[in-house]
Design a protein around this ligand. Structure first.
Ligand SMILES: [Cu+2]
Length: 444
């Protein structure tokens, strides 16, 4: 049992309490000045205060590894995955032009994807440079440590913690704000990432059941697809912004999404000018109606579809980083398998509902060439950014073969237990410095 859930269930209340009672944080650290808090909630906040306040609500850690024990654990056979995160507030572009005030880990949204194997030690260091205007924190859902344990890391300081990733699956990690106060602002402004914990014994083969005709009879045709797969990561979130690109907390309370983003972008995985020219002979002629990230001058922000081969096993790690549901659906396809943790939840399902701060691993084989669009099948989400184009095979007869076309670097996770490598091209909602670092990593 992970006690975090009981903590997070009151986190909103605690965050409000933190905002109302914390005297150590200036108003400039909190963008919003008006809160959608009713009189009833005011009473609840007062009750929490009377009980002893936030400290009483936050039990101490119970699964953290003392840092001086890591070496001996490694000698006994554990592996360590080291993660360096640096808080960086920076302006990044949004669909439609302009920029928003992003809060990031390492200058990119989402933060780097962490890949570990069940049983590994994850050792994370968060550094908050002295140039940051506010403290930051970290809560890793792959751990089983109280969110209040890590605490706030002040500007000019850094802090390390470590834990054993005991449970396989996809898990978000996110800034925990200033002792959970302003956590919503920090997460919804970009401070979130994914930890993929591979099952210790690897992934299962995929069973795909079709039909065929034998001797005039329709019979089941069970096909076993090996566990090794090409992989993608899709992280869903929302932006709640004022006209000048600041975080709009009232819009969050009202669930009035400004844009829906996948790996930080609204419509980030759509054809670009080069692909239009290849397909239509005209770089300005769109083959996807909503296509804001088109021109090559946009550099790392230029749109790029996900190119997939037909007949190949794809494993898609989907995480809902936001606070609206994700009805994950691929238009024109059926999800062959949905796994959460290491437990199969569905086989052959049209859509899978992923709640806030929940992940799923979707296995799929694209059978026929064509363009398929992965959506959050909530129309408001689709039309505000949650549409991701998969191009399977070579439907436009351009002459490329399996694996020839590169895929966006931010949609391809680090290699894991049963990963098949893919060609990559730099694509990220990230600073130019971070884009240059990624270019070096992928040899691009
Ligand atoms: Cu933060």
């Amino acid at each position: 049992m992970n006690r975090r859930y009981s903590i997070l269930s009151i986190a909103a209340v605690v965050a409000v309490a933190g905002i109302l009672f914390a005297s150590t944080y200036s108003q400039s650290e909190m963008t919003a000045t008006k809160y959608g808090v009713s009189a009833v909630q005011d009473n609840l906040v007062q009750k929490i205060s009377d009980m002893g306040g936030i400290a009483l609500q936050m039990p101490s850690a119970f699964a953290q590894i003392p840092l001086d024990q890591i070496d001996s654990m490694v000698q006994q056979g554990r592996h360590v995955v080291e993660v360096q995160l640096t808080a960086q507030s920076v302006d990044l572009p949004i669909m439609g032009g302009g920029k928003f005030h992003a809060m990031t880990f390492n200058g990119q949204v989402p933060a780097p994807t962490i890949r570990a194997t069940q049983g590994d030690i994850i050792k994370m260091t968060l550094t908050v440079p002295s140039t940051e205007l506010t403290a930051h924190g970290n809560d890793m859902h792959a751990s089983q440590i109280s969110a209040g344990n890590f605490g706030a890391v002040k500007p000019g300081e850094s802090k390390t913690f470590a834990y054993v990733a005991e449970v396989p699956g996809t898990f978000k990690y996110h800034c925990s704000g200033v002792n959970v106060a302003a956590m919503d602002q920090h997460v919804l402004s970009g401070m979130y990432g994914l930890t993929i914990v591979d099952p210790l014994n690897g992934y299962h083969n995929l069973l795909v059941t079709k039909t065929k005709v034998v001797n005039g009879q329709v019979v089941l045709d069970r096909q076993i697809v090996p566990a090794d797969a090409k992989e993608f990561v899709l992280e869903y979130n929302q932006l709640y912004l004022t006209a000048d690109g600041s975080y709009d907390q009232q819009a969050m309370f009202d669930h009035k999404t400004t844009q829906t983003v996948v790996n930080g972008f609204a419509f980030g995985y759509t054809p670009n000018a080069d692909i239009n020219k290849l397909v239509k002979g005209d770089e300005k002629q769109n083959i996807f109606v909503a296509q804001p990230w088109n021109d090559a001058s946009l550099k790392q922000y230029q749109g790029h579809p996900l190119f997939v081969d037909t007949g190949v096993h794809y494993r898609i790690f989907v995480e809902n980083q936001g606070n609206m549901p994700v009805f994950f659906h691929i238009v024109g396809e059926i999800l062959d398998r949905v796994t959460q943790g290491n437990v199969v939840q569905a086989q052959g399902t049209e859509t899978w509902n992923i709640g806030g701060s929940q992940g799923a691993t979707v296995d799929i084989v694209f059978d026929n060439p064509g363009a398929y669009v992965a959506v959050n099948h909530d129309y408001a989400a689709i039309f505000s950014g949650a549409a991701t184009v998969f191009v399977a095979g070579d439907p436009f007869k351009l002459g490329y073969g399996p694996g020839d076309m590169p895929n966006p670097s931010d949609a391809v996770p680090p290699l894991g237990k049963n990963s098949i490598p893919q060609k990559e091209v730099v694509h990220c909602l990230c600073t130019d410095d971070e884009a240059a670092t990624i270019a070096k990593q992928i040899g691009g």
